[in-house]
Design a binder for this molecule. Structure first.
Ligand SMILES: N[C@@H](CCC(=O)N[C@@H](CS)C(=O)NCC(=O)O)C(=O)O
Length: 249
């Protein structure tokens, strides 16, 4: 069985430890159908061609086995089997993606440290925008919804000034930063089915970026076919102002 060497000698510039082991070739990703952070890890695994199994958990009714291995009670988790027989858990999507970057083929980070740092920073920015997305769909009234709509437009205006001429964040190469924006933009496909919120008016680069990501196979296949219906049902059940604007079955 092919294994991947995890000894620190593989990585330059890192502090050395005594830890050496091997990583079994198939990885388990503990997931949730709708989670955008899970999608980042799935996109990275797909782009790198890493065999993996996806294990979806019900976050509304977390199983005991999941509580026992998830320090923050959140998905995604990467569960890896080691050659020594041990099992290890890696949590937090950014950490999972960086681990994949260090151990798997097909680099998704740029080689230059400054550009890499900027990509990492813009991944953080996508996480801040995801918090605003949650604020938008949980807003209790029309005024709060509008405030979050404006906030999100401000976020996209920042992105407009920093995204490349395309198709991806930095140009021709699909990168880890793109794996953060694909799942973010996906929410807006469903928001647009609910109403005309005009998130992307006057933002041609962001619009083109959104389209390029939606067309990327790894982004498209990071969710199941029933994702739009599941998300719509989730939004309808929030008890929020947006929920009251959903008139589909
Ligand atoms: N910072 C975390 C965020 C992950 C996160 O918020 N996951 C959500 C689902 S999208 C979760 O598991 N929430 C726990 C819950 O709903 O109880 C990461 O990047 O992995």
């Amino acid at each position: 069985m092919a294994t991947i060497d995890l000894s620190p000698a593989r990585f330059s510039g890192a502090r050395r430890s005594e830890e050496t082991d091997t990583l079994a070739p198939t990885l388990d990703l503990v997931s949730h159908h709708l989670c955008p952070y899970v999608q980042r890890a799935v996109i990275a695994l797909t782009e790198k061609g890493v065999p993996h199994r996806r294990i979806d958990v019900d976050l509304a009714d977390k199983p005991d086995w999941f509580r026992a291995i998830s320090p923050l009670g959140k998905v995604p988790l990467l569960r890896v089997q080691l050659g020594s027989g041990r099992e290890a858990i890696v949590f937090e999507s950014a950490v999972i993606c960086e681990f994949l970057e260090e151990t798997q083929p097909e680099p998704l980070h740029p080689a230059e440290p400054l550009v890499r740092a900027q990509h990492r920073a813009w991944i953080e920015f996508a996480s801040a925008a995801l918090n605003d997305v949650a604020g938008f769909y949980n807003a209790p009234d029309a005024a709060a919804l509008e405030a979050k709509r404006v906030r999100l437009i401000e976020r996209f205006a920042w992105l407009e000034r920093h995204v490349s001429d395309g198709p991806y964040f930095s140009g021709a190469c699909f990168s880890l930063v793109d794996a953060a924006y694909g799942p973010l933009f996906r929410y807006f496909d469903t928001f647009e089915r609910i109403g005309a919120f005009d998130f992307f008016t006057g933002l041609p680069r962001v619009r083109a970026y959104r389209e390029a990501l939606a067309a990327r196979a790894s982004v498209r296949t990071a969710v199941a076919e029933d994702y739009p219906d599941r998300l719509m049902a989730f939004l309808k059940n929030r008890g929020s102002y947006l929920s009251t604007q959903i008139f589909t079955a």
